[in-house]
Design a protein around this ligand. Structure first.
Ligand code: NDP
Length: 414
């Protein structure tokens, strides 16, 4: 129950309008609870319907995506783009290809993206999109045909000044390449700023691939320094997931002196008390899109356990959830606290349930929420857009330095 009658009314309307959209309701409630402390001092919010506007997307697009599989059968998926808020710049936010994708998940992601993007200090609005298509187990040719069909509809809704998608779960460099190629063919123009996360040979930015994971560690490092006069040095780190964010969080945490001892995928997790060998993980995940289980077969002294939630029972000083929403429930949070952790920073979007956050806060852990902690990806996407507009490329060091500064600023702003 919210203290402010106004906010409670807005929330009730969100629930009444879309009773099945649980993830979206969760994300809205979390923000309204924060606003509850200050909203009474701002009668102009209610007078101008600000919060009602804030929780309603400017536009939601859904569309059919037919594509042909390798056996010659036509498959049909559903595509989405949620254009949530363009008050300060073009809609900006990734595309997620995963069988669990639905409007509730994309609205929660798009809603959080508004706040995350504004926190970067760069002129980008909030949006998100995707499909219930599962790229796992599909051939390159199938992924290409799907992406081309997806873009054949999406192209009319996006543009460098309108809406600029990027990657998210299931959408990496390969998918962005196919999507950009199709956009270019349809538009007959090389408008590089229409998508970010592009390959380096056609308008991508150095450091974009690493940015979310690196940025997460830069913010965590600043938080440890300012709040505890501490650092990653000598700390045991547990990171969930083994995708883009998890891999580059592992790389940066290790460079900063931490020892990452566990990673996971949706099937299970690996534990390597000697410290994860990242070259082996990269070979498995980036080399041939394998499963994390393979790591335990290749690295002596490491183990694999089925079930992805068990990863949080491994004691650590710093927990970096980098897989998916609601992966840390109350039970997992209790394990993290009992294991002696001092900090949790969210690489994934909304990985901690409201109960888990309460447990962290009650135990006095440092807690960096996703809207701030994983903003490095979208911030670097905005830097990619800047380079595209200038028709110029910055070096890795230049982009990395800007990313570090942005993450330090975000920490001090929050
Ligand atoms: P990837 O697709 O590269 O990797 C996702 C990882 O999470 C995989 O290891 C995957 O395992 C695991 N995972 C996905 N879904 C589930 C699930 N339902 N249960 C358990 N594990 C799961 O995605 P990213 O690394 O790009 O994204 C990870 C998180 O970070 C997401 O929450 C995303 O929204 C967020 N994020 C990403 C940004 C980016 O720049 N890429 C920017 C900001 C946030 P499996 O292979 O088995 O599916």
């Amino acid at each position: 129950m919210l203290k402010s009658e106004y906010l409670q009314r807005v929330y009730d309307q969100v629930v009444a309008r879309d009773p099945d959209q649980k993830e979206f309701q969760q994300a809205v409630l979390e923000v309204l609870e924060s606003l509850d402390m200050i909203v009474d001092k701002h009668p102009e919010y209610e007078a101008n319907g600000i919060i009602e506007s804030f929780v309603e997307p400017e536009r939601v697009i859904t569309f059919r995506v037919p594509w042909m599989d390798d056996k010659g059968h036509v498959q049909v998926n559903r595509g989405y783009r949620v254009q949530f808020n363009s008050a300060i710049g073009p809609y900006k936010g990734g595309l997620r290809f995963h069988p669990t994708v639905n409007l509730s998940i994309l609205k929660f992601l798009g809603f959080e993206q508004i706040l995350k993007n504004s926190l970067t200090g760069l002129p980008i609005g909030g949006g998100k999109g995707g499909s219930d298509f599962d790229p796992k187990g599909k051939s390159d040719a199938e992924v290409m045909r799907f992406c081309q069909s997806f873009m054949t509809e999406l192209y009319r809704h996006i543009g460098q000044f309108t809406d600029v998608p990027a990657g998210d779960i299931g959408v990496g460099g390969r998918e962005i390449g196919y999507l950009f190629g199709q956009y270019r063919r349809i538009r007959d123009a090389h408008e590089a700023g229409v998508l970010t996360g592009k390959g380096l040979t056609y308008g991508g930015s150095l450091t974009r691939t690493e940015a979310t994971g690196y940025g997460l560690c830069y913010l965590t490092q600043e938080m440890l320094k300012c709040m505890k006069n501490d650092s990653f040095s000598g700390k045991t780190v547990v990171i969930s997931g083994s995708g883009n964010v998890a891999i580059f969080a592992t790389e940066k945490a290790t460079q900063l002196g931490g020892k990452v001892v566990a990673l996971s995928d949706s099937n299970g997790y690996i534990h390597d008390p000697n410290g994860i060998q990242l070259d082996v993980v990269k070979d498995i995940k980036l080399g041939h899109r394998g499963r994390i289980k393979e790591y335990a077969d290749r690295v002596p002294g490491s183990t694999y356990t089925e079930g992805f939630r068990g990863i949080w029972s491994i004691p650590c000083d710093i927990a970096l959830p980098c897989a998916t929403q609601n992966e840390i429930d109350a039970e997992a949070a209790e394990h993290i606290v009992k294991g002696g952790a001092i900090a949790v920073a969210e690489g994934a979007n909304m990985p901690s349930t409201p109960e888990a956050i309460q447990i962290f806060q009650k135990a006095g852990l440092l807690f960096a929420p996703a809207k701030a902690a994983n903003a490095g990806g979208v911030a670097t996407s905005a830097l990619e857009m800047s380079q595209n507009s200038m028709r110029y490329s910055w070096t890795f060091e230049e982009v990395d330095a800007k990313l570090q500064q942005i993450m330090v600023n975000i920490f001090h702003n929050i």
